[in-house]
Design a protein around this ligand. Structure first.
Ligand code: AP5
Length: 193
């Protein structure tokens, strides 16, 4: 099994690159943002609780997302590996993920961290907000909140995995294909080891 965390701030291209990586490597895509948006669309109690936080650009509680990931891992017993997108986002989530993977005799192979400037993040998300219908893309204040949440709560995830020498920084600006090629090259290096 080969498991990847695709890491980076809001708008850095995690969702865009995840689609290409899962197609190329046959991994299961686990995006906590996508799962939460499905819960919101379905009008579940979990979705209602999450919506009020997501609309403000604030992270939902660790136990909620860890529970979702635990179920998703259990629901995909034959997976070749998982691509985690938007998870883990706190040190507590990182520790919980490592424990869940260890219970399945596997671990994170690599953390690919997309590096994108704040100006480019704002430009991409405001542009997507014109058409996406995502409530958290609609104005600069909410987008800024998301970036502050990332800086204050999520950058520690990269520090956590750096201790195990698992983090690789990849330039996240340029064409989607060039960025995918850079990510693939890092994945291939580790698969051949
Ligand atoms: P989530 O859904 O994870 O959103 P995010 O991290 O804010 O990231 P985005 O989906 O906005 O961006 P992305 O990096 O995937 O980039 P994308 O490819 O879409 O989380 C949303 C909320 O859910 C959180 O705020 C939180 O409340 C909650 N949540 C989720 N997970 C959680 C967790 N683990 N713990 C707690 N709370 C959690 O691209 C963005 C745009 O840029 C697109 O329009 C795309 O077309 C464009 N683009 C992509 N690549 C390029 C490129 N190379 N050049 C130009 N444009 C590009």
């Amino acid at each position: 099994m080969f498991n990847i965390i695709l890491f980076g701030p809001p708008g850095s291209g995690k969702g865009t690159q995840s689609e290409k990586i899962i197609a190329a490597y046959g991994l299961i895509h686990l995006s906590t943002g996508d799962i939460l948006r499905r819960e919101i669309s379905a009008g579940t109690p979990l979705g209602l609780e999450a919506k009020s936080l997501m609309d403000k650009g604030i992270l939902v509680p660790d136990e909620v997302v860890v529970g979702m990931i635990s179920s998703a891992l259990d629901n995909n017993p034959g997976a070749k590996g998982f691509l985690f997108d938007g998870f883990p986002r706190t040190e507590a989530q990182s520790i919980a993920l490592d424990k869940l993977l260890a219970e399945k005799n596997t671990a994170i192979g690599v953390v690919l961290a997309l590096d994108v400037s704040r100006d480019e993040l704002l430009k991409r998300l405001l542009h997507r907000g014109l058409t996406s219908g995502r409530s958290d893309d609609t104005n600069e204040t909410i987008i800024s909140n998301r970036i502050v949440e990332y800086q204050t709560k999520t950058t520690v995830v990269a520090n956590y995995y750096s201790k195990f020498d698992k983090v690789v920084q990849v330039k996240g600006e340029g064409t989607v294909d060039d960025i995918f090629n850079a990510l693939s090259s890092e994945i291939n290096k580790r698969l051949s080891n």
